[in-house]
Write a protein that binds this ligand. Structure first.
Ligand SMILES: [Zn+2]
Length: 320
């Protein structure tokens, strides 16, 4: 009896340790892909922040493909989720690639992403099917929504780059030209251009006073495009958006828009400002939703928070 009691007591810390890091997460095979359920019309994916380098998923043999991790985007993305919950009482949906980019790059088509490895290919499929089913759920429950693909760049110009599937050259066009149907048709925020609360034009939505770039700028984060920097210079590096927002944004239909956010490296590495960055980004994302999609938090009424299902622990603490 005494021995049994001792045994049971010894289990207690084990159970505590085991329970915390996985509660609230629905994972893909071997935990390579993580999914955190949400209850608001916002989906965030973090494709390049992962650390896992398991033996059964070898390094991608491709030579000219990018393999660098977007350092700290996993920590920042999970922080944004917790912070949005703190600010609104709602959780965004979050999809994570835990594999290091040397193993898998989900922001590419499957050939380049997995480069022939079947375990990486399976993880790629799980990553995208989590986003597919999440976007379908958001569209069904809320009618529309926003998908953010969170990245980090290492360009020398220290500013946040926002991708809407418009190239450097296209962004240099005048507003009148940009607002023509031909450009609106292939942007990842096509649905928002066709239907937004303030009837703003495409150019206003991407570099006007209430654009995402403007909201960043107003809080002290230079961004392109924005009112201050309406387009990147001719020879300046700029990420216009990749596979993820092409596939999951609204350029090809649907009412879930996509924005690729590329945070500069200095911003991500500065530990002293990390908490402020996370809380500012959470605030800006929610404000953007309120201005253009759901005035006065309409989604509050659409769906009450299911705390039991969604009250995930502070996941950022479990990460290295
Ligand atoms: Zn990236």
């Amino acid at each position: 009896m005494y021995l049994l009691l001792l045994f049971l007591l010894s289990m207690v810390p084990f159970l505590e340790v085991q329970e915390k890091p996985t509660a609230g997460i629905i994972g893909g095979t071997n935990g390579y892909i993580g999914f955190l359920p949400g209850n608001m019309p916002l989906v965030i994916s973090i494709p390049h922040g992962g650390y896992m380098m398991p033996d059964e998923v070898p390094e991608r043999p491709c030579i000219n493909c990018a393999k660098n991790q977007d350092i700290f985007t996993l920590e920042i993305g999970l922080g944004i989720r917790d912070e949005i919950y703190r600010q609104t009482g709602h959780y965004p949906y979050v999809i994570i690639n835990n594999l290091h980019r040397t193993r898998l790059d989900p922001n590419r088509n499957i050939e380049e992403a997995a480069d022939g490895d079947k375990n990486a290919a399976l993880a790629w499929q799980q990553f995208h099917s989590f986003i597919d089913s999440t976007c379908a759920e958001v569209q069904e429950k809320f009618g529309k929504g926003l998908y953010i693909d969170l990245h980090g760049h290492r360009h020398l110009i220290k500013r946040t780059e926002l991708g809407y599937l418009l190239s450097n050259e296209e962004l240099q066009l005048d507003d009148e030209l940009l607002d023509l149907d031909s450009f609106v048709e292939y942007t990842s925020i096509r649905s928002l251009v066709n239907s937004n609360l303030n009837r703003l034009s495409f150019s206003q939505l991407i570099r006007g006073d209430d654009s995402f770039g403007s909201l960043l700028e107003q809080m002290g984060y230079p961004a392109v495009p924005s009112p201050a920097i309406p387009f990147p210079g001719r020879d300046e590096p700029y990420f216009s958006g990749g596979y993820n927002i092409t596939r999951h944004g609204s350029s090809q239909g649907g009412t879930i828009d996509g924005i690729q956010i590329e945070l500069d490296e200095e911003l991500r590495r500065d530990m002293s400002k990390r908490d402020k960055l996370v809380s500012d980004l959470a605030y800006i994302i929610v404000k953007f939703l309120r201005i253009h999609y759901f005035r006065d938090f309409d989604f509050d009424r659409v769906m009450a928070p299911d705390k039991k299902q969604l009250d995930a622990p502070a996941l950022t603490k479990g990460l290295k």
